[in-house]
Design a protein around this ligand. Sequence first.
Ligand code: ADP
Length: 264
Amino acid sequence: MTVFVGVDVGSSATKSVVLDENKQVLERFILPTSLRLELDIQQLANQLANAFPCQRIVFSTGYGRNRVPFAVLNKPEIICHTKGVFSEFPYAMDIVDIGGQDNKVIKVNDDGTIQQFKMNSKCAAGTGAFLEEIAHKANLSLDELHGLAMTSHSQAPLNSFCTVFAMTELIKRVMQGESLPDLARGVYLSVAERIREMVGHRKTPVVVTGGVIQHNPLLCDILIEKLGDNLKLPAFAQFTGALGAALYAWDSKDCSEVAEALDA
Ligand code: ADP
């Protein structure tokens, strides 16, 4: 038996998807990416070897894709995200990926090729790091911040996107007596607004991926209000890059270069 593995080494989390010979997902693994990347990758290697003691064809992607010694090949994350998403939504679309430290918009043609992409890695606005910093300042976990926001019906977003200005605004509004649940909801409203701004007013379907959308159902609800039927959410939004890499691994099964690399 051979399995086909995609490993997406992101700045916040390392995700992995394992496919069988019929392209069916057998398993998904996730672990936090730390500063001790070699240990994280070794931990993943052990998980894979224990769960699948057979031939494994591994492709890597993501920020740390060059740091996976057991991958036979690596591919840029934009390409793998697109491949993973297109396998579930096979039409022209805009993909918005909200990761831990950056966000990107990928415009995809109806044959799955990439028309254009934009990446924002300079500013944490709307990313996982933005939510994490706010939760930290409020002395809350991400789940608690989300839970508080769910109890509010406020429609007042945070006006600042920049993390530093957002923090100043939040402190000012706390001093003025605004409730924490309303402010928490305002944070999610502003992330949703940021996503809407990134895609503009086009009619093309918008597929939102990444850990932030997977773990914050409130953000999905707000986005549905803003984008309506145009919004599509993958079943496992945080794993689309890893899925794409696994699909590339599957595609390579008859490739002589890969066979040679496995024999070496
Ligand atoms: P990257 O590819 O950059 O590592 P991901 O797409 O994996 O990023 O998303 C990571 C982000 O997802 C984190 O910054 C965090 O905001 C969010 N996230 C991940 N796990 C959880 C969780 N259990 N609860 C809430 N948010 C989470």
